[in-house]
Design a protein around this ligand. Structure first.
Ligand SMILES: CC(C)(COP(=O)(O)OP(=O)(O)OC[C@H]1O[C@@H](n2cnc3c(N)ncnc32)[C@H](O)[C@@H]1OP(=O)(O)O)[C@@H](O)C(=O)NCCC(=O)NCCS
Length: 228
């Protein structure tokens, strides 16, 4: 593992590392254990097949350790084929208002329960935003289950906006929270609230040039995009 020394976390006991492929079993165990412990396991969509290996080999898989214990993860997935699929979903939902060639996924966002609610996820997202910019990833995205309030709040407070939705069926209704690393997506004040699971409502707002910018108990507030 390679220590990340150019990024300081608020909690002085924690250290960030880039995960190597030899460390994959530790990460897999952490993600499996933490996902199984969730009240809503659908909030964390697991890596399938070789995906975890591929993201680690991509070089941007970050693990946070408290001494020897892995307590949080986050990654930037540079797979271009997947990035192109996400971009086409967002472009279709927004009718071309947001239509880059690639939108890279920020994945593996998991914080151990003991360390939640202390701002750690926001600090890790900020790190991924900074390395995405350095690596010329102009757009990044978090794919979040639309009931996952903690994750949605994390993304919105880091400047992401809801720019796409996709219903996989069952419990899995996903929102695509997008961030542009060059310049923020500029929006006007919010006008309309759409209930979290109202997929038709989300599609309707997105297709009219709005993006989701705030969350409240009744749903997601939509604001008109002012410029690309
Ligand atoms: C989502 C998750 C990563 C957030 O991590 P965290 O370190 O606790 O988040 P932070 O402390 O940085 O808080 C980020 C924001 O979420 C809010 N938040 C955190 N936990 C919350 C909760 N349980 N309910 C409501 N809001 C919550 C915080 O108030 C903050 O919002 P604000 O900036 O508007 O005040 C963590 O809850 C987690 O690991 N969940 C399980 C896995 C998961 O859902 N991953 C995301 C997959 S897309």
């Amino acid at each position: 593992m390679q220590i990340i020394s150019n990024w300081v976390l608020t909690n002085p006991d924690l250290t960030m590392y880039y995960i190597n492929i030899e460390d994959k079993p530790i990460v897999q165990r952490f993600l499996d254990d933490q996902r199984n412990a969730l009240d809503r396991i659908e909030f964390f969509y697991p890596y399938m097949g070789d995906e975890l290996q591929e993201v680690i080999l991509g070089g941007n898989f970050v693990g946070v350790f408290d001494k020897d214990e892995l307590i949080a993860t986050i990654a930037l997935d540079k797979d271009k084929q997947y990035a192109s699929q996400i971009a086409s979903i967002v472009s279709r939902c927004t009718r071309g208002a947001i239509s880059p060639q690639y939108i890279y996924e920020m994945s593996g966002v998991m914080v151990h329960p003991r360390y939640r609610g202390q701002g750690l996820a926001k600090e890790l997202v900020a790190y991924i935003q900074s390395i995405a910019k350095q690596q010329d990833c102009h757009y990044i995205c978090a794919v979040v289950q639309l009931d996952n309030v903690a994750s949605i709040k994390t993304m919105l407070s880091r400047g992401f906006c809801l720019a796409g939705v996709y219903a996989m069926g069952g419990e899995y209704d996903f929102g695509y929270f997008v961030y542009c690393t060059d310049s923020p997506i500029v929006t006007d004040a919010p006008t309309t609230c759409v209930a979290g699971r109202d997929m038709q409502g989300h599609l309707s707002m997105l297709s009219q040039g709005y993006v989701g910018t705030q969350i409240r108990s009744s749903g997601i507030d939509y604001s008109p995009i002012l410029s690309k």
